[in-house]
Write a protein that binds this ligand. Sequence first.
Ligand SMILES: [Zn+2]
Length: 205
Amino acid sequence: MQFSSGLLEAAVNEFAKLPGIGKKTALRLALHLLRQNPETVQQFSETIDRMRREIRFCKRCFNVADGDFCSVCANSHRQQRTICVVETIRDVIAIENTQQYNGTYHVLGGVISPLDGIGPDQLNIGSLLHRIEHERTDELIFALNPTIQGDTTIYYIQKKLQGQPVQITTIARGIAFGGELEYADELTLGRSLQNRLPVERYMNR
Ligand SMILES: [Zn+2]
């Protein structure tokens, strides 16, 4: 791709670094911004810059937050004694979009995967166990992707919680729910939350 402006070329190269954006799309986006007035573009770049600089992670659940705690943890109308365990922040967003869940979350930051060098200590598991003990959690709902690593993670945490008075469930996994959590449609994901199963039944299938 030939450019008569080094500035335009640099902008295109920045856009092309984003996932799913090829050079052609990058050029289209850069030219689009070029058609806007400078203030609009400044606001665009400042918003992204501020997000990166100022965003925090909730001290309790590791969801994204604007302060010490995320909006879910700070909401007294949510059932604070129910915790839904997810892998990533994208999963929180997917479940929130179903509007079927009124508890809190705990973002693990991944799942146990020895082949990738990810053990329990690399994940937010210690903080989860601490929460369950100190917040007198009633129910723990696993909403992990249906992979061997996901199942290993459920098994590990469940073992750690033996003897604790917390009900442990996992979201139901129907045939339509084969892929990753964030790609499940809202209806399917919402239904699988409602039809959750006790974890012992799921693990002994
Ligand atoms: Zn939180």
